[in-house]
Design a protein around this ligand. Structure first.
Ligand code: ATP
Length: 298
């Protein structure tokens, strides 16, 4: 897959505050890449640097394999700040102004209004829009010119549940057309629902990055049962990575000190003379993983 963005050891400091610390990450074409971290973890600073709105103190980055340029920035659409349009002008008029500034034709306007569910309200004035609609108009304006990459900073901040669902649907719709999405969020749930890949930041530093499905799939708990449950419990407690055990529904839920493969447990028990009648992997959520990572780094 083609490289879209490659950040290499980016650092940025505001006086005493180290906002971003030797951050490296790679985004490939078609990925929905989440930059996840609590408030103040350096997400907006990172997005501002990659968009050329701010200079990094050190490190470098490439867009589409090349040094950033005006040409590469034209291939990117971004919503970084809260939506700001002319209040007394309609959605269409506002988009025409944006298109003119970006030197784009007006032909794409109906399309972006359609994608963002604003087509019916295209002639309504901006100041009659709900906050959710304003946010969707900002996404529509970022989509003008059919960018290959869409960058969004906390796109659902301040929205009600319906507004959140609408924005998420739009993001998934845009991603399904092959557009690469880079999304900063402090919401685990959002990243888990929308993103294919994630980098977890804390205090400007990357704690973890990878496929969301892989983070979610890290299992540290296995449910097991055997004919002689008592012997099973006793045996599993002698495993080097055993942490704790609880009984549930005639089975044992066993927690380990680190991610463990079910095959390994099966083999271990078999070697100790136990034939399992049940074995299933319990997946922990990205949330648990994220909270643990934050705790470890406090
Ligand atoms: P949030 O979601 O709260 O915006 P964030 O993860 O986007 O957080 P940044 O906005 O990048 O984080 O901020 C990272 C750190 O840098 C924070 O400690 C913040 O207070 C600080 N910071 C950001 N901008 C400035 C600035 N212009 N001057 C001084 N400190 C700043």
């Amino acid at each position: 897959m083609e490289s879209v963005l490659s950040l290499h050891k980016i650092s940025k400091r505001y006086g005493k505050i180290q906002a971003v610390k030797v951050l490296s990450l790679d985004v490939l074409q078609g990925q929905v890449y989440g930059i996840l971290g609590p408030n103040g973890s350096g997400k907006t600073t990172t997005l501002s640097i990659m968009l050329g709105l701010m200079k990094a103190d050190s490190g470098d980055f490439l867009w589409f394999g090349d040094a950033p340029s005006k040409k590469s920035l034209k291939r990117i659409g971004a919503v970084i700040e809260s939506p700001n349009f002319f209040p007394y002008l309609s959605a269409v008029k506002n988009l025409e102004i944006v298109a003119s500034i970006k030197d784009l034709s007006f032909d794409g306007i109906p399309d972006v209004l359609m994608i963002t569910g604003l087509y019916e309200r295209r002639n309504s004035r901006f100041n009659t829009f709900s906050y959710g609609m304003k946010q969707r108009l900002a996404v529509a304006s970022a989509l003008l010119g059919n960018p290959e990459v869409l960058i969004l900073d906390e796109p659902t901040n301040g929205l009600d549940p319906q507004g959140i669902a609408q924005i998420r649907e739009i993001i998934l719709r845009v991603a399904s057309k092959g557009t690469t999405i880079i999304l900063a969020s402090h919401l685990l749930d959002e990243v888990q629902k929308i993103c294919s890949h994630v980098a977890v930041l804390n205090k400007g530093q990357q704690l973890f990055s990878g496929k969301v499905s892989e983070v979610v799939a890290i299992a540290d708990c296995i449910e097991i049962a055997a004919e002689n449950q008592e012997l099973l419990d006793k045996t599993i407690q002698s495993h080097a990575n055993f942490k704790s055990l609880i009984h549930s529904d005639g089975k044992s839920l066993v927690y380990f000190t680190q991610a463990i493969k079910p095959q390994e447990i099966n083999e271990f028990l078999f070697r100790n003379g136990i034939v399992l009648t049940h074995l299933s992997e319990k997946q922990r959520s990205l949330e648990k993983h994220f909270l643990e990572l934050l705790q470890e780094n406090q």
